[in-house]
Ligand binder design. Structure first.
Ligand SMILES: [Zn+2]
Length: 283
C-alpha cells in the first residue's frame, strides 16, 4: 500500500500520508499496545459483492498501463487521471481486503474496535466507476464483509470533507445500511454530489443522510442569489450536527457495526478542505 503512487497532485493522496501516520503512532508507543492484523487482499467474492467485473478488470489493467492514453479502453470505468503504477491494483485490493478483515474480526468478536490504516482511498468509487484516487470502495467492501459475517445493520459515517459519492450510490437502495456523510457542498466543490435532500431510494429511503455544509449566499445587484467564500465553520456548529443528528440516528438505527470513513481533510489548514475550525482532533 506504500508503493502505489497515482497521478493526482501530491497534496491529494501520496504514500507519505500512511508513513507519517505510522511513524507518529510508533513514536507515541501506540503501535506497541495494539494488536496487529495482517493485511490481506480482498477476495474476488468480496469485491464482486460491491463492484462490477468491469471495474475490477479496469483497476487490474493499471498494472500494465504506462500513460493516460493506455486507459482509453477502460475509460467507462476509470478516468485518465486514475493512472497509477504497477503496485496500484495490489494496493487497492489490499486496502479493501484489510478493511474487510477488520470488519469481520469486529463482527465475530475477535476485536472490539480498530482502525485500518490503508491507501488508496475508496469512498468515491461506485459500483462501476473509480475516480479521484478512489479505485475500489474500501468501506463498502468492509460493510458487505461485515454482513457476510453476521451483521444485520451497518452504519457508515463519512467525515471526509468530500461527499462519499460511491458509498452513497452503492447503498442508496439498501435499508440495512445507513450512510451518513458530513461534507462541503456547493460552489463547484468536488464531487458535487450529496445534497441534503438526497435521502436514499426505494426501500433505502431515509437511510442516506447528507449533512451538506454550503457556503453562505448573498443577493447581488440584479437580485440573484450567489454563494460567497466562507471561513471554516465553527466547532459549535459541527459538534451540534453530531449531537443533534449523528448520535440520535445511531441510537435509533442500532447498528451492529459502525464504520467511519475517516478522512481528515475537513480540518482547518488542510489545503483542500478547510471546513472545520479545530474539533477534528476531538473526533
Ligand atoms: Zn477527501
Amino acid at each position: 500500500m506504500q508503493l502505489h503512487r497515482g497521478l493526482l497532485p501530491p497534496n491529494h493522496e501520496r504514500p507519505e500520508r500512511l508513513r507519517t501516520v505510522l511513524a507518529r503512532l510508533r513514536a507515541a508507543g501506540l503501535l506497541d499496545v495494539c494488536g496487529r492484523l495482517q493485511p490481506r487482499e480482498a477476495t474476488e467474492e468480496e469485491l464482486l459483492a460491491v463492484h462490477s467485473p468491469g471495474l475490477i478488470a479496469a483497476v487490474a489493467a493499471l498494472s500494465h498501463a504506462n500513460q493516460p492514453s493506455d486507459l482509453n479502453q477502460v475509460a467507462e470505468h476509470l478516468s485518465p487521471d486514475m493512472l497509477g503504477n504497477r503496485y496500484t491494483y495490489r494496493a487497492a485490493r489490499t486496502a479493501a481486503g484489510t478493511a474487510a478483515e477488520l470488519a469481520r474480526q469486529l463482527v465475530t468478536g475477535r476485536a472490539s474496535n480498530g482502525m485500518a490504516f490503508v491507501r488508496p482511498a475508496g469512498h468515491v468509487a461506485g459500483p462501476d466507476t473509480g475516480e479521484a484516487g478512489s479505485y475500489l470502495n474500501n468501506a463498502a467492501v468492509a460493510v458487505r464483509a461485515a454482513q457476510a459475517a453476521g451483521a444485520r445493520r451497518v452504519m457508515v459515517i463519512d467525515w471526509d470533507v468530500h461527499h462519499c459519492k460511491g458509498t452513497s450510490e452503492i447503498f442508496a437502495e439498501d435499508p440495512s445500511v445507513v450512510v451518513l456523510s458530513l461534507h462541503r457542498y456547493g460552489s463547484g466543490f468536488f464531487p458535487g454530489t450529496g445534497p441534503a435532500e438526497h435521502v436514499g431510494v426505494g426501500r433505502g429511503r431515509g437511510r442516506t443522510i447528507n449533512v451538506a455544509w454550503c457556503p453562505p449566499t448573498v443577493v447581488d445587484k440584479r437580485g440573484r442569489r450567489i454563494q460567497v467564500e466562507a471561513p471554516p465553520i465553527a466547532d459549535g456548529d459541527y459538534l451540534t450536527a453530531w449531537h443533534m443528528l449523528v448520535l440520535p440516528v445511531a441510537a435509533e438505527f442500532r447498528p451492529d457495526l459502525i464504520l467511519v470513513s475517516a478522512g481528515f481533510d475537513a480540518a482547518d489548514k488542510d489545503p483542500l478542505g478547510e471546513l472545520v475550525q479545530g474539533c477534528m482532533c476531538e473526533l
